[in-house]
Design a protein around this ligand. Structure first.
Ligand code: GRF
Length: 199
């Protein structure tokens, strides 16, 4: 299964996928493309270091959301992509896009959905909300992507303990290390394998 990983930032989840390919955890899928929403994403450096082709498609360079999404679809077609993995991806994908790839887009969200998810809950804000609420357990979720932000069917979840004195940054790091980087490769392997059989 040919995979495109969509990125916007540091790419630590991309790195986890790259490492999983090397360790054999991810063997039913091949990362064939990294698509970044901006030119500065360090994830692009990680792609280059691992000889993975990358393309940058910047939303604000397009007149409309539709034109932007058509360009992304065109790039995916060019690379023969069968599965899209959103890994810290911050651009909007509307129903026009998600409906073209039913059960072929997955996303990692840094909370136990349905807590702390949906519009406005991304990056550090998710952990600030968890700490503000005073939850003792948080975690990460891999889910299918549909037109509802963080609304698609849940694939996998992993719980992470919140510790006294946690700052949002410390909690984010623990959720990444103990949940995101564990879940995303395994969920990607599971879906890649299913798509490979279905082909
Ligand atoms: C982090 O907030 C992570 O929790 C979420 O996306 C952000 C950056 O991830 N999944 P990455 O390091 O770019 O993969």
């Amino acid at each position: 299964t040919k995979i495109a990983v969509f990125v916007s930032g540091g790419g630590t989840n991309l790195q986890a996928l790259i490492d999983a390919q090397k360790s054999g955890i991810l063997q039913s899928g091949e990362i064939a493309l990294v698509l970044a929403s901006n030119h500065k994403a360090y994830a692009l450096t990680r792609a280059a270091e691992n000889n993975i082709p990358s393309v940058v498609v910047v939303r604000k360079e397009f007149d409309s959301q539709l034109a932007y999404e058509e360009k992304v679809k065109e790039v995916l077609k060019e690379y023969g992509i069968e599965l899209i993995v959103l890994a810290g991806f911050m651009s909007i994908l509307s129903e026009n896009f998600t409906s073209a790839f039913p059960k072929r887009i997955i996303n990692i969200h840094p909370s136990l959905i349905p807590s702390f998810c949906g519009k406005g809950y991304y990056g550090l804000k998710v952990h600030e909300a968890a700490l503000a609420y005073g939850v003792k357990v948080t975690g990460a979720t891999v889910h299918y992507v549909n037109e509802i932000p963080d609304g698609g069917e849940i694939l996998m979840q992993k719980a992470v303990e919140v510790k006294d004195g946690d700052t949002p940054e410390v909690l984010q790091r623990r959720v990444m290390e103990e949940a995101e980087w564990i879940l995303l490769p395994r969920a990607t392997e599971q879906v890649s394998k299913e798509l490979q059989k279905g082909r």
